[in-house]
Design a protein around this ligand. Structure first.
Ligand code: NAP
Length: 259
């Protein structure tokens, strides 16, 4: 039986997921470090979690695959008995940025499967467990769910329509689960990062360097995984008890309209 809170973070081995895992470790969460294929990065993340005095385990699982999602949840509960926080972070960009006049169905299916269907049905699985947890342990702090979407949820990039659509879907997913789980006191939140320095943006670093210099967002710097991690940690700490379905922009002010 686990006394400390338990966080399941998908895609936690590197990038934003790692940034989230490390901030949650600092808060004393035990961390389930999910990864897809990069075991070295996941092991490194787990070592850093432990350096921060927190417990953790590694679980390989592809969030787009039903049996993997079930094994991920089953393994988590087998180890820690509870899930106090689910962070749907795992996600991919298209392999090639293709104009929507040319982009193919295979890329669309891949992005929807990993970025939208995976978190939607993982949330369903975890929500059922969380409801049971709330009913059997009413004095335990209520669980929470955070989904990492993107400014691409509303900013149209015609060279990666599949990515934008998958992220826009996460906005509705958050609204749906927030509405459905409110009666159990389970808060559901969306965190929308802007441009963050990770492997995902590694191939377009010069483009974003230029955009930053031109002032494409008011806080003229790259976002860091820890910027997103700190926002998730504030939610995880319970600092927004009368908020659910809320969107947290972590984007240097990109979402502002200015004149
Ligand atoms: P990243 O550096 O490419 O890392 C992606 C992570 O997701 C890795 O840990 C990877 O696991 C995992 N992953 C990929 N496919 C998976 C699958 N099918 N099942 C389970 N895990 C999977 O990306 P990132 O920049 O940190 O992005 C993290 C999230 O933030 C994504 O949802 C992304 O869309 C979103 N986001 C990123 C930015 C940005 O500027 N970087 C901006 C807005 C939103 P392995 O390590 O095992 O491959």
């Amino acid at each position: 039986m686990s006394e400390r809170p338990v966080a399941l973070v998908t895609g936690a081995g590197r990038g934003i997921g790692r940034g989230i895992a490390l901030e949650l470790a600092r808060l004393g969460f035990a961390i389930v470090v999910n990864y897809a294929g990069n075991v070295e990065a996941a092991e490194e993340c787990l070592a850093l979690v432990r350096e921060r005095g927190a417990d953790g385990i590694l679980v390989q699982a592809d969030v787009s695959v039903g049996e993997d999602r079930e094994r991920l949840v089953h393994t988590t509960l087998g180890m820690y008995q509870y899930i106090d926080l689910l962070v749907n972070n795992a996600g991919v960009a298209p392999k090639v940025r293709a104009d929507i006049l040319d982009a193919d169905e295979a890329s669309f299916d891949r992005l929807i499967d990993i970025n939208l269907k995976g978190p939607y049905f993982l949330t369903q699985l975890v929500a059922r467990e969380m409801i049971g947890q709330v009913e059997s342990e009413p004095t335990r702090e209520r669980p929470r769910i955070v989904t990492v979407s993107s400014v691409s949820a509303y900013a149209a990039s015609p060279n990666r329509g599949d990515y934008c659509i998958s992220k826009a879907g996460l906005g509705m997913m958050t609204a749906l689960w927030a509405a459905r789980l409110a009666e159990y006191g389970i808060g559901v939140y969306e965190v929308r990062p802007g441009v963050i320095a990770t492997d995902m943006t590694g191939g377009v670093r010069e483009k974003y360097d230029r955009l930053i210099a031109e002032g494409a967002w008011p806080l003229r710097r790259w976002g860091q995984p820890s910027d997103v991690g700190r926002a998730v940690a504030a939610i995880a700490r319970g600092d927004f008890p009368f908020s659910t379905g809320e969107v947290f922009n972590v984007d240097g002010g990109f979402h502002l309209r200015t004149l």
